[in-house]
Design a protein around this ligand. Structure first.
Ligand code: HEM
Length: 408
């Protein structure tokens, strides 16, 4: 337990107190207030709380209903997206977005601009950005965000309305993610189209910024280790030979080594998170008093490298540790604490695991992933921003037919 300087938080809690920290109810350690207070987001607080609830409902919907279709859409999306990386300067104007938004919306240039901007917008005010300059900078970008967010919400909600008017929901065979929402809107009590428009935009935005950065870190991790790439490639070849190329739920379940590799890569790039506002004076089990009004957070960065929890070589990328301890990426555990725990755990677990596995599998199938461009390349550590990123920004993607891959 420590008291950091130059930080947005008053106290940082370490691994021995995680169980206690994670079990405290919202009435004592409030999880919502810090998100509203510390994150100078352009949208009003009350709208953001409703937006988060609606994001959770939509994520539940995508993970449960028409799951087969959701996986197929994401497979199609990443096939087109990944191939287009080498052909276009901006992948956001790519036809791949059609699998989520439908054919009308991808023709809207301004909507594509909104998605591009809101994706790169810094949402969290982290400890590295608390200077006065960062705050002024964020004021300007918040103004632009507001304008673009309004446009995005209007366009998506109008599309939802138009399609609802022109189709019978129960008989709808979904073509894209918007159709999946319309088909299931009654079951999930999704009636406020403005809110859905905004929440759907948030999901696209977070998928790209959170899952996108985890995927980028994973690819860099793999590029440094031919042995790990080979194991990943063997697993994909076995799956293709068993089921063919299309990815469905059964294939995702068989990607056991990929699951372990993603989990270990994410472990290494976890930021200190889970800010809580203390609602009443609280005495921890070691006698330390945390006064009412303090902001407390959990030191996930050190927890993720704790040798007693993760074993030897805890600073290294070793997927096998998850095969030995028989844990999966989707597990909600105090040891990994990837998704937090309790009432405020991430609502996007199923959605993100599926998305990351599909995207990573398509990369492995389409490219040999190495550092061959720089034979002396070394792991240069991590930079902490909104998310944690590798300092290394280069990797070598050599297009190949994985079934003819020559193992080295
Ligand atoms: C690998 C990717 C991701 C990881 C590791 C992750 C992790 C987390 C963690 C640790 C929390 C809890 C924070 C706390 O306790 O205060 C959280 C909350 C949340 N996450 Fe994720 N997340 C991921 C991807 C996503 C994506 C893609 C979305 C949206 C599409 C999303 C939406 C949310 C929301 C809305 C919350 C707030 C829940 C609440 O306060 O009730 N996450 N996430």
């Amino acid at each position: 337990m420590g008291k950091p300087e130059n930080s947005l938080s008053d106290f940082i809690i370490g691994s021995p107190f995680l169980f206690e920290f994670a079990s405290l109810p919202n009435a004592l350690f409030n999880a919502i207030k810090p998100k509203i207070e510390l994150v100078p987001h352009p949208l009003p607080a009350s709208f953001r709380v409703r937006n988060t609830d609606c994001v959770s409902s939509l994520l539940k919907l995508f993970s449960n209903e028409d799951k087969h279709k959701s996986i197929a859409l994401q497979y199609d999306y990443f096939q087109v997206y990944i191939k287009s990386i080498f052909l276009k300067s901006s992948v956001y104007k790519d036809e791949a977005s059609e699998f989520f938004l439908g054919e009308n919306l991808i023709l809207d240039e301004k909507l594509m601009e909104c998605l591009l901007f809101t994706t790169s917008f810094t949402i969290n005010l982290t400890d590295v950005e608390i200077s006065i300059f960062s705050k002024i900078r964020s004021l300007f970008s918040r103004y632009k965000y507001n304008k673009l967010h309004k446009y995005m919400t209007e366009v998506i909600s109008k599309e939802l309305l138009n399609r609802t008017d022109s189709r019978s929901d129960s008989q709808l065979v979904p073509n894209d993610a918007i159709d999946i929402i319309i088909k299931n809107k009654n079951k999930y009590s999704l009636y406020d189209y403005k809110l859905i428009g905004s929440s759907f935009g948030t999901i696209l935005q977070l998928s790209s910024s959170i899952n996108g950065s985890r995927l980028a870190n994973f690819l860099i991790d793999v590029s440094f280790n031919v042995r790990i790439y080979n194991r990943l490639a063997i697993e994909q070849i076995t799956i293709i030979e068993k089921y063919g190329f299309k990815i469905n739920e059964a294939q995702l379940d068989d990607m056991v080594y990929l699951d372990a590799a993603l989990k270990d890569s994410i472990r290494l790039t976890q930021r200190t998170v889970c800010e809580r506002r203390v609602e009443k004076n609280y005495i921890f089990s070691n006698g330390a008093i945390i006064p009412k009004g303090s902001i407390v957070k959990f030191d996930l960065f050190s927890h993720s490298r704790n040798v007693r929890i993760h074993g030897n070589y805890s600073h290294h990328f070793v997927p096998e540790r998850n095969l030995l301890n028989k844990t999966k990426l989707s597990d909600v555990l105090l040891d990994s604490f990837i998704w937090s725990a309790g009432d405020h755990k991430c609502p996007a677990i199923g959605y993100s695991v599926t998305q990351l596995k599909i995207a990573a599998a398509i990369f492995i199938r389409n490219f040999e992933i190495t550092q061959a461009c720089n034979l002396n390349a070394k792991h240069k550590g991590y930079e902490i921003f909104n998310t944690i990123r590798h300092v290394n920004t280069e990797l070598y993607l050599k297009p190949h037919n994985i079934l003819e891959y020559k193992f080295t």
